[in-house]
Ligand binder design. Structure first.
Ligand code: NAI
Ligand code: MG
Length: 355
């Protein structure tokens, strides 16, 4: 008989509370692996983040793709520091991973483990938001000229390709087809953005017949915010552009409880590169170093990572443990609890042991 399955994971905590929540996620990952006995995880710590940048002058070494290709997956924390402009830290670290590694599908599940913010049923929040993660508003095309003049100009050009839209649309229809409700909402703003987002609409119509089991509808992004608040039960799977789902997923996380619980999987569906799993939130300047960050987003991301690697049972167990601690209010202050980050992670490990 062969021994337990083994996974090599790169751990990139990054900055701020990213460091705190990734440490917490590792506690839970190791507990899940030990409990299962069917797999082991080999963790390699990678120090890429703002401290590294200040020392070396770059966020990522030039051979970062070669380094990362040695791993089965990456667990990432957050990037961003008060004394480095956000567009530098984000573009030099996280966005450099998403684009060049072709992590084109960003999957953001939403569930409500406690009382929702609004007066609705928590079961109404069982959504899967899918963000196009390689082009659109984040294509990186643009520039500035005439700096400091009255006629200074700045452009950020959105780029939408048939290839890019079709692959995310197929991914989204396929994801919807595997969910109980099998419904997809395609979010655009094709009334105003009459080229790229009209192409999105057209490709949705082209791809839909490949997935006859899925029902689908369209929504403009502004109307989608209303629907999320007023009719959350009509939503199942959602697909949209890089910027639109970035914004909608923060709203979704807040509606369902807290930004601190939301997780995000940057997937290479072709599995040529390691996928990157992270909490949705950033480095949270206002609470970093205080040890009070909610670790659930990072722990959920770790569970998603296990599922992606094929360890569905262990992933389900972590999600059950998260649900149980939330019911028992063994959570951090952002969710109305009294635990600090370490205690909240320990509570999840205990809940795991009690399953
Ligand atoms: P943020 O997500 O860091 O914080 C927004 C608000 O949510 C803050 O009040 C924060 O305290 C709270 N919050 C976030 N995570 C929490 C958690 N786990 N537990 C409890 N409360 C939590 O977003 P912000 O303030 O816009 O950005 C701060 C820095 O993070 C910037 O440098 C930004 O560029 C970066 N950022 C990085 C991301 C990433 O690495 N994926 C994503 C978002 C922002
Ligand atoms: Mg965001």
């Amino acid at each position: 008989m062969s021994g337990p399955r083994s996974y090599r994971i790169a751990s990139i905590p990054g900055d701020g509370i990213g460091i705190e929540v990734v440490a917490a996620a590792w506690e839970v990952l190791q507990a899940a692996a030990e409990r299962s006995g069917k797999f082991t995880i080999l963790k390699t710590n990678i120090p890429w983040g703002t401290e590294y940048y200040k020392e070396k002058g770059f966020y990522l070494p030039s051979d970062f793709q070669i380094i990362l290709k040695q791993f089965d997956a990456v667990l990432f924390g957050a990037v961003g520091a008060p004394d480095v402009p956000d567009h530098i830290s984000l573009w030099e670290l996280l966005l450099k991973l998403r684009g060049p590694l072709q992590l084109y599908a960003n999957v953001r599940p939403i569930r409500c483990f406690t009382k929702p913010r609004l007066d609705t049923d928590s079961s109404h929040f069982n959504w899967l938001l899918i963000r196009e993660n390689s082009e659109g508003e984040y294509s990186g095309h643009g520039g500035c000229s005439h700096a400091g003049q009255d006629w200074e100009v700045a452009t950020d050009t959105s780029i939408y390709t048939r290839h890019g839209i079709r692959r995310i649309m197929r991914f989204a229809f396929e994801a919807a087809s595997k969910r109980p409700r099998k419904h997809l909402t395609v979010v655009t703003k094709s009334n105003a953005l009459r080229h790229g987002l009209v192409l999105w609409d057209r490709i949705a119509v082209e791809v839909a017949p490949e997935f006859p089991s899925v029902t689908w509808d369209k929504e403009l992004v502004d109307a989608m915010t209303i629907r999320m608040v007023q009719k959350p039960w009509t939503i199942d799977t959602v697909v949209g552009t890089n910027l639109h789902i970035d914004i909608l997923s923060d709203l979704a996380a807040a509606l369902a409880g807290s930004i601190g619980i939301a997780s995000s999987a940057n997937l290479d569906p072709e599995r040529k590169n390691p996928s990157v799993f992270e909490p949705v939130h950033g480095s949270a300047f206002d609470i970093m170093g205080k040890g009070v960050a909610n670790p659930i987003g990072a722990i959920w991301a770790a569970a998603d990572m296990l599922a992606w690697l094929g360890e569905q049972e262990a992933a389900d167990d972590i999600m059950q443990a998260i649900s149980n601690v939330c019911k028992a209010q063994k959570v951090t202050a952002d969710m109305g609890g009294q635990l600090n980050t370490k205690e909240a992670a320990a509570a999840i490990c205990e809940a795991l042991a009690e399953l």
